[in-house]
Design a protein around this ligand. Structure first.
Ligand SMILES: N[C@@H](CCC(=O)N[C@@H](CS)C(=O)NCC(=O)O)C(=O)O
Length: 222
């Protein structure tokens, strides 16, 4: 099985299935293709993902779109516990994954994922602030009601944590005030081995993707 992803520094959608693969050390080969590169255009040409990453290749099967890839990985690797055990918790995990996938445009537009940069004093827009509040509501609800067995949203790491990993990377780039539960959740994410590995890869990249660069003074995070 092979997971094709974009830039480690910028590709938030790629980070989601990648996190699940690497956190669980699944036997999935990773192929990174830089945004805007001829290699990416060439590689995606014969595929069905509309030129977008991430894409998972399993033999003749092509699975695209982060959430579908995560669901497929969960089916193929049930031992990885991609979804919580109870039907109720599974439904909630799927709801928050779906909300992540379909919403939070304010946050996405205002603070693109840019792992290498910190923007001191960045003024967060109103819509992004609303999204941040909603995300904290979701995190607190999951942690309080389902998170007793560990530090992740549903205790153990699930596809819901994979879906929210890039949000934590966005928060890492700006001064954002979070409540204690959300702050602790971000620390869990920032300190986990898979995130360290993702950032190690990002550190080796120097490709600038203007679309995701904020027009604000910044400094390198490493
Ligand atoms: N909804 C898709 C979004 C995929 C997506 O937009 N990927 C971006 C990279 S993060 C991409 O491939 N952009 C290149 C392009 O749009 O040409 C998913 O969840 O995977």
């Amino acid at each position: 099985m092979k997971l094709i992803i974009g830039d480690y520094n910028y590709s938030s959608w790629s980070m989601r299935p990648w996190m699940f693969v690497r956190h669980n050390k699944l036997d999935v080969h990773i192929e990174r293709l830089m945004f805007e590169s001829d290699e990416l255009k060439q590689r995606m040409k014969g595929g069905f993902s509309n030129g977008k990453v991430p894409v998972l290749i399993d033999g003749d099967l092509e699975v695209w779109d982060s959430i579908a890839i995560l669901e497929y990985l969960n089916e193929k690797y049930p031992h990885a516990g991609g979804l919580p055990i109870s039907a109720e918790a599974r439904a909630l995990a799927r709801s928050i994954c779906a909300e992540m996938h379909s919403s939070f445009q304010g946050l996405r537009n205002d603070i693109p994922m840019n792992c290498r940069r910190f923007f001191p004093g960045y003024v967060i827009g109103e819509q992004a602030k609303k999204d941040i509040n909603r995300i904290q509501q979701l995190w607190c609800y999951c942690r309080k009601n389902y998170g007793q067995s560990g530090p992740w949203l549903f205790g153990e790491f699930t596809i819901a944590d994979a879906m929210y990993a890039p949000v934590v990377m966005r928060f890492r780039s700006v001064d954002v005030e979070l409540n204690d539960v959300s702050q602790a959740y971000c620390e869990t994410m920032n300190q986990c081995d898979a995130v360290a590995e993702w950032l190690d890869h990002a550190r080796l990249e120097d490709h600038l993707f203007d679309e995701d660069e904020l027009d604000w003074p910044s400094r390198l995070l490493w």
